[in-house]
Design a protein around this ligand. Structure first.
Ligand SMILES: Cc1cc2nc3c(=O)[nH]c(=O)nc-3n(C[C@H](O)[C@H](O)[C@H](O)COP(=O)(O)O)c2cc1C
Length: 361
């Protein structure tokens, strides 16, 4: 049951890229939350395809229709269900993928798993389109987190090996300004270089990967658990549900492996009676439990699997090795559209944790 998640809250996602609609159900969401549809639609719009050259030309309106769980503009506490119509389908582009799976996509593994009955059109249930319901659910969760003093935001760390500058201080950091950018990163100069490199890759019919850094600010110390129910594992499990994410790191991540304790230990100090750490190399988590510093994680997104260059694959009908020329509409780089999805899944994970531990105000 890979598309159903149940912990503090329950979340299920349904649909296929070229089916009638996609959507989801959220169970256990707090009652009495006033729905801010403008904010939700703004967040959904950040993920929406067809807005610029960095994204696929598929045009979708992505307006969720809420079917239950909201009454007079407030959540009722009973399951919230919603659908998002698929309006812009071009299924003929994908017909040959049934027998010649795309390298690095879910075509082959999905076909084997579902014994050939999977809806392969547009990647079916494995499509990036299935992240639209995640953004809607995450937007609802974000509203609750914000009213509990918690902020979640992501930025481009790197694309194609070009790195943005790091945030020096989160104090008074303008999250809204960052989020309003087409490419949410700090340096406009680096942003321009990255855009040029994505455009270059697009012209070559290729794709490029990148990394995304996320900050969860305002979470108090003492949440989470040691050993099996640690926060890293909890968030990583959810983050890996975003298609295309291939690594998750917390704080300094794999750079710990080449460091000395004296260089990377997060030393404590008091600030106005609150225990803080001078550095945050552990990304806000020690022993699986929050330490009161921002939770910081970084994910690596692979290059979009569907590229327009010639690739080698197999013909499952004839049993031969063949060449594949992909058609259809694909992002040359997943990162820009994945950013709101990574924020959303992180918000879902944190709300889930707070509900489970009875820590919501
Ligand atoms: C927002 C978003 C958009 C995506 N768009 C595309 C796309 O246009 N073409 C494509 O081949 N893959 C796209 N992907 C990635 C595939 O869905 C993903 O690589 C595939 O399902 C296989 O899963 P895996 O990479 O996690 O193994 C997208 C992913 C996300 C998060």
């Amino acid at each position: 049951m890979g598309s159903i998640y149940k912990n503090g809250i329950g979340v299920s996602i349904f649909g296929e890229s070229h089916g009638e609609a996609i959507g989801g159900v959220i169970d256990g969401f707090p009652s009495g939350v006033e729905i801010d549809m403008d904010h939700i639609l703004w967040l959904m719009d950040r993920r929406r395809p067809g807005k610029n050259k960095m994204s696929t030309t598929r045009k979708e309106t992505d307006i969720p229709r809420i079917l239950s769980g909201v009454f007079n503009g407030f959540t009722t506490g009973t399951p919230i269900s919603f659908v998002i119509e698929n309006n812009n389908k071009k299924s003929k582009d994908y017909s040959k993928l049934m027998n010649t799976p795309r390298p690095s996509h879910g075509d082959y593994s999905g076909l084997i798993k579902y014994k050939g009955f999977n809806d392969y059109r547009g990647g079916g249930h494995f499509s990036g389109r299935l992240t639209a319901p995640i953004v809607f659910i995450g937007a609802l969760c974000e509203q609750v987190l914000n009213s509990n003093g918690i902020k979640v935001f992501s930025k481009v760390e790197s694309i194609g090996g070009i790195y943005d500058t790091d945030i020096e201080s989160l104090d008074a950091f303008d999250i809204r300004k960052l989020r309003n950018k087409k490419l949410p990163l700090l340096s406009d100069e680096i942003g321009k270089k990255i855009e040029e490199s994505i455009e270059e890759v697009r012209k070559q019919g290729d794709s490029i990967g990148g990394s995304v850094k996320t900050y969860i600010v305002g979470l108090k110390a003492g949440l989470g658990n040691p050993i099996f129910d640690n926060i890293e594992g909890h968030l990583a499990r959810l983050l890996f549900s975003v298609p295309g994410i291939k690594s998750v790191e917390f704080g300094l991540g794999k750079d710990f492996a080449r460091s000395k304790g004296s260089e990377v230990n997060d030393e404590f100090y008091y600030e106005n009676g609150i225990v803080k750490t001078y550095t945050n190399n552990n990304g806000g988590i020690n022993g699986g439990i929050s330490n009161g510093m921002p939770i910081v994680h970084t994910v690596a997104m692979k290059p979009t699997p569907s590229i327009f260059k010639n690739q080698r694959t197999v013909d499952l009908k004839t049993g031969e090795n063949v060449d594949l020329q992909i058609e259809g509409r694909h992002d040359p780089c997943i990162v820009p559209r994945a950013i709101p999805v990574i924020e959303a899944i992180s918000s879902i994970g944190i709300l889930d944790l707070l509900v489970k531990e009875g820590e919501l105000r």
